[in-house]
Design a protein around this ligand. Structure first.
Ligand SMILES: *Cc1c(COP(=O)(O)O)cnc(C)c1O
Length: 367
């Protein structure tokens, strides 16, 4: 079976490094918010090209904490996409704000600027821009849009570790970037983990309080925060796994290039190429097909696992049936949800496996 992720196939040297790091933490006797966390915060924020990193419990909390630290909450509107993980929109709601859904561009599945413009109101305070599938694109346009309208650009970087456009890294374009290190992300822990990165010192300091009950000094609580701290053991695992990230990312990009060149079937549509090679880190490699469900079944028969990101738009989920949205419609998102399919694209795939996927996709016919 060609899997979507295959952790057991990772290099033995990585496993050995993680075991040694786990031993180090266990023997340290310090398990939450310590030197492993602060070391990884420094390392990751520096790689993102920003001054501050605040380790938190997961990617969803990172978004909520950024919004709360920006004083965005009740009565405020935040524009985002219906083609994302549920966590993106749930985080906006958890912060107390009102999510507003704009449609996507059909050729990238990324948020549409024209649609976002139609979603603006006097209450709009931020855009949560999701770097979907691992791609940063059109960032100058988004920065300009947010500046002109006096709203914050918050980046959901959960799928875009180290995606780079014109020398800038995901998380460094806006007011803050929210990272998830869930195990299946391009950089993943051995459990839940997340971080927000920012160049804004006040935002970083307030986020550090919010992640720890709103505590400024031991037993001094200046506001009502949450419990969203990062564990030492997860930070230590992330530090070791980070050493492999450049190599793993390059492998994902090679596989993606092979798919882009190799997949050639009139029943399959490919998404647009990235603006630069490094601007897409291929957390997911997604194609579109009108007979998507049949294609998925045929690939399964050939022992190729696939997934769908995402089969149900946010506004089709029960808690969000009446969510505020683009006054025109969200038809591009709905079409994408009905036709998209994610192919295996993980760093442990062999060339032979990549060729098998290409051959299987190319031999698909709707008969
Ligand atoms: C995974 C993911 C999240 C949520 O991250 P968690 O660590 O699972 O909370 C948010 N947004 C996107 C786009 C994601 O892929």
């Amino acid at each position: 079976m060609i899997l979507m992720n295959d952790f057991k196939a990772e290099p033995p040297s990585l496993r050995a490094a993680m075991l040694a790091a786990a031993r180090r933490v266990i023997e340290s006797g310090w398990y939450v918010l310590g030197s492993e966390v602060s070391g990884f915060e420094k390392e990751w924020s520096a790689l993102c090209g920003v001054g501050y990193g605040v380790g938190v419990g997961n990617g969803m909390d990172a978004i909520e904490i950024v919004l709360r630290a920006l004083d965005i909450g009740r009565g405020d509107e935040v524009i985002t996409t219906p083609m994302t993980a549920f966590a993106t929109v749930l985080a906006i709601r958890r912060a107390g704000a009102t999510p507003v859904l704009a449609d996507i561009e059909p050729d990238t599945a990324l948020l549409s600027l024209e649609s976002a413009r139609r979603c603006l109101s006097s209450k709009t305070k931020a855009v949560v821009l999701v770097h979907l599938y691992g791609q940063v694109r059109q960032m100058i346009a988004w920065q300009t849009f947010c500046q002109e309208n006096g709203i914050a650009l918050v980046e959901d970087c959960a799928q875009a570790h180290m995606a780079t456009l014109q020398g800038k890294v995901a998380g460094g374009f806006g007011m803050a970037g929210a990272y998830s290190f869930y195990p299946t992300k391009n950089l993943g822990a051995l459990g839940d983990a997340g971080m927000l990165v920012t160049n804004n010192q006040a935002l970083a300091e307030r986020s550090e309080r919010l992640r720890n009950y709103g505590q400024s000094m031991r037993y001094h609580h200046t506001e009502l925060g949450m419990n969203s701290r990062l564990d030492e053991i997860q930070a230590a695992m992330l530090g070791e796994r980070l050493k492999f990230l450049p190599e793993f990312t390059e492998r994902r990009q090679q596989i993606a290039l092979a798919y882009r060149i190799g997949i050639n079937n009139p029943l399959i549509d490919q998404l647009a190429s990235p603006e630069e090679l490094g601007a897409h880190v291929y957390h997911l490699y997604v194609i579109n097909c009108k007979q998507r469900d049949l294609l998925q079944a045929k690939l399964q028969e050939k022992h190729i696992q696939t997934l769908i990101h995402y089969p149900i738009c946010i506004h089709k989920q029960a808690p969000f049936h009446s969510i505020k949205r683009d006054p025109e419609n969200l038809s591009m998102s709905e079409r994408h949800a009905a036709t998209c399919l994610s192919l295996p694209c993980h760093p442990q795939m062999s060339d032979a496996e990549v060729s098998r996927v290409i051959a299987a996709v190319n031999s698909f016919n709707s008969a």
